[in-house]
Design a protein around this ligand. Structure first.
Ligand code: A3P
Length: 286
């Protein structure tokens, strides 16, 4: 096992979460405030997309913030050292992000009025997106082949653990007033309607011009060009930019170009086994 990982309670974490003690500290000591806006994702589900959307809603469509401040400073990762330091000095209303499974998330959230948005995505596309992105992440272990990565993913032997566990954990919050679940696929199908839905959830009113500006600046093309958002400014010891990019394809269904028929059947079977008991219609990609 590569040394860049930490195993805590059966879950593989990237070393940037620092230590088991840090995870416990965040869970038990971090105080979520009522005005906080939190975005939650399993990696490669559209985390940076929702950060950009929330940033632009916050600035009422004015692109100057997203064009001048790095995305990781606008909505810092709570579980990283730099991110945590940044959250501590943020003025209210704070905005931050996390990939943590629910059992590791700050307990104070569950008694707060903070608003959280969980973005989910077809796990088959997450598998593909992470397969490519991990090549660029300098600390991620390299699989020998796509077949091996496929195995790791379905077994949950990947960063932040099993997708199936992550989503099932957070789905237990479904229906709570301060918790919005949205999917990458819905966002893509009708970006305007879903940005409006997010605005409504956050009690934010945008004029038609402001909303148009949000939409213009959150497109795949706009984000791909924006150096503050496309991670091209991330340090080389974190991302080897010659090996992969955050803004790769930005489409749904790319898994069909990668899975063999046998892999597709295995995935369907595991999906059915693990998620089959959940209400129909929960996952727009199924
Ligand atoms: P692909 O690798 O499939 O292209 P995360 O931010 O959680 O790491 O997720 C990254 C994925 O979201 C990448 O998927 C990336 O292209 C996609 N993405 C980011 N911004 C997007 C946007 N504005 N529109 C569509 N997809 C976007």
């Amino acid at each position: 096992m590569a040394t860049n990982y930490l195993h805590v309670d059966g879950i593989l974490f990237p070393k940037y979460v620092q230590s088991t003690e840090n995870l416990k500290f965040l869970r038990d000591e971090f105080v979520v405030r009522d005005g906080d806006v939190i975005n939650l994702t399993y990696p490669k589900s559209g985390s940076h997309w929702i950060k950009e959307i929330l940033s632009l809603i916050h600035s009422k469509g004015d692109p100057s913030w997203v064009q001048s401040v790095a995305i990781w400073d606008r909505s810092p990762w709570l579980e990283t050292k730099e991110g945590y330091e940044n959250v501590k000095i943020q003025k209210d209303p704070r905005m931050y992000s996390s990939h943590l499974p629910i059992q590791f998330f700050p307990r104070s959230f569950f008694n707060s009025k903070a608003k959280a948005i969980y973005v989910m995505r077809n796990p088959r596309d997450i598998l593909i997106s992470s397969f490519y992105f991990n090549k660029a992440l300098t600390f991620a272990k390299d699989p020998e082949s796509f077949e091996q990565y496929f195995e790791w993913f379905i077994q949950g032997n990947v960063m932040f653990g099993s997708w199936f566990d992550h989503i099932q954990g957070w789905l237990s919050m479904k229906g709570k007033e301060n918790f919005l679940i949205i999917s990458y696929e819905e966002l893509q199908q009708d970006t305007r309607a879903n940005v409006e839905r997010i605005c409504q959830f956050l009690d934010k009113k945008l004029s038609p011009e402001e909303l148009n500006s949000v939409l213009k600046n959150i497109s795949f093309e706009a984000m791909k060009k924006n150096r503050m958002s496309n991670l091209s400014l991330a340090p080389n010891d974190f991302i080897d930019h010659s090996k992969g990019k955050l803004m790769r394809k930005g489409v749904s269904g790319d898994w069909k170009n990668h899975f063999t028929v046998a892999q597709s059947e295995i995935f369907d079977q595991i999906f059915q086994e693990k998620m089959g008991r959940l209400p129909q219609g929960l996952f727009p990609w199924e």
